[in-house]
Design a protein around this ligand. Structure first.
Ligand SMILES: Cc1ncc(COP(=O)(O)O)c(C=O)c1O
Length: 471
């Protein structure tokens, strides 16, 4: 194949065709229990999750569209749980894969280097804040976020000689033993005995359901005061931890952004007590929040940054980038066969370059603001929308039960059932959206970063239709 002849148009004709199908097909869609779904139920584990919310079989996908095996076209605002920064099968991603294969580049190199890896590291380091870049080391991990979290835990434990990890309520860090131990969601932990011990959970400032019952700046000050007190009180019962780990914008916990004030406060406390700060950017990183990294809104620099999802440009890849002073582990301390996934490094490089060259971080901020403002208008019409939150194109809509009494801050209890109904109604209206948060009551939009205003309007149109149909 002649590499130079590959077309590089951000929207190709097939994507336009899917848009036309979406524009012209009447809804609600029928969701038939077709043979693929029946076979899946028979052979696939009871632990499967998304197929229960989205009973479709995917035939093709392009940009932010998915076509199912029945020929129905959906807008994909799940985006591989936030991994698909440019949507499905973007031309630059296809080109990177085709080029690697046409050149017979190695597919897997363990952690032996290659021109593809070298280019990836150069490109990734090029978008790090300067203070981190100048001091950075990188470790490639087995290609999923949870393994990178495990690596970060090991790194800080070895470097500090301490064992406790401070994590936060509402956090999500993955499904392996250590990552699950530092995850807040109790329902996925309770059946598993002997998760990693030595984890202390601290209150994350979640204003709609304030752990201190006061909300606003007052809650953030209380949180910081409480946390510092644990460290300085000789009778707090808790020793110095190996690290703090947090998400600057919590994703699975319900799209809860930490304010710059609070993040700066945490950074000051961790510096004062000589404690490494791990920021988990697995979901929020690579432009999703309207910053290349979510922590950049506050200007803080973490000691360890955990990356996966979008960093691999749609293919499996995960890394930790950390400050050199922590690089005390021994050769082989964090091995893993598939940490040398060259195709993912090639697509990761292509996506990072495309994001920067096409100002997609700005687009994420602008389109995110646009979507949130329009959703706020819907909130006026539909009181069961308790709160609209987020940063950039990481957006959460909390669905609440207004038949119950509000708390002292005026917040209503989560409405799991209604959120599930809306999510299903969105599917019937050609819109795939994620859910999460407390009691699974937060509907979440994770669109590609390159969406247009027309795409945003279509999402809003489908979402409102979904609300109308359940009302
Ligand atoms: C913040 C965060 N950390 C870690 C993970 C785990 O990543 P993975 O599912 O690739 O293991 C996720 C996944 O959603 C995440 O959102």
């Amino acid at each position: 194949m002649n590499q130079e002849n590959l077309q590089l148009s951000p929207v190709d004709t097939y994507e336009e065709n899917l848009q036309t199908i979406w524009d012209t097909t009447s809804r609600p869609y029928k969701l038939n229990d077709n043979s693929y779904l029946q076979k899946q139920k028979n052979y696939e584990s009871n632990a499967r999750s998304y197929p229960r919310k989205f009973p479709i079989a995917i035939q093709k996908a392009k940009g932010y569209f998915i076509m199912d095996t029945e020929g129905q076209v959906f807008m994909d605002c799940l985006g591989g749980a936030g991994s698909l920064a440019l949507g499905h099968n973007h031309p630059v991603i296809k080109k990177a894969i085709q080029k690697s294969i046409a050149n017979d580049s190695a597919l897997l190199t363990l952690d032996i280097t290659s021109p593809i890896k070298d280019e990836f590291v150069k490109t990734l380091f090029g978008v790090l804040p300067q203070e981190l870049r100048e001091n950075a080391k990188i470790q490639f991990c087995s290609p999923c976020g949870t393994d990178a979290v495990e690596a970060a835990i090991k790194l800080v434990k070895i470097a500090t000689g301490r064992s406790t990890i401070f994590s936060f309520s509402g956090s999500y860090h993955g499904m392996t033993n250590g990552a699950l131990a530092i995850t807040g969601n109790k329902s996925i932990k309770t059946q598993i005995p002997n998760l990693m011990s030595d984890v202390v959970f601290l209150p994350f400032p979640y204003h709609y359901r304030c752990p201190f019952g006061v909300g606003g700046l007052e809650a953030e000050k209380l949180s910081l005061h409480y946390i510092e007190n644990i460290l300085k009180d000789s009778h707090s019962g808790v020793g110095l931890p190996a690290a703090f780990i947090l998400e600057a914008v919590q994703g699975e916990g319900g799209v809860i952004p930490a304010s710059p004030f609070w993040l700066k406060g945490i950074r000051e406390i961790t510096k004062k007590y000589d404690i490494p700060l791990i920021v988990d950017e697995v979901q929020a990183g690579m432009g999703r929040t309207g910053h290349m990294f979510a922590f950049e809104e506050s200007g803080i620099i973490p000691d360890v940054c955990v990356l996966s999802k979008a960093v691999g440009g749609s293919l499996p890849l995960s890394v930790i980038v950390y400050q050199k002073y922590l690089d005390k582990w021994q050769p082989g301390s964090h091995a893993g066969t598939f940490r040398g996934n060259q195709l993912a490094m090639a697509t990761g490089t292509a996506v990072i370059k495309y994001i920067t060259e096409n100002s997609l971080v700005d687009n994420s901020r602008q389109k995110g603001n646009y979507l949130r403002n329009e959703l706020l208008k819907l909130q006026q019409k539909y009181p069961f929308i308790g709160e609209i939150r987020g940063r950039g194109l990481m957006i959460g809509v909390e669905i609440v039960d207004t038949n119950e009494s509000p708390n002292a801050l005026g917040s209503y209890p989560p409405n799991t059932k209604l959120a599930a109904q809306i999510q299903r109604s969105c599917l019937h209206n050609g819109l795939i959206i994620e859910s999460g948060g407390r009691e699974n009551s937060v509907l979440r939009l994770l669109t590609p970063l390159n969406i247009s205003e027309k795409n945003a309007d279509d999402i809003l149109y489908a979402f409102e239709n979904a609300l109308i149909s359940i009302n």
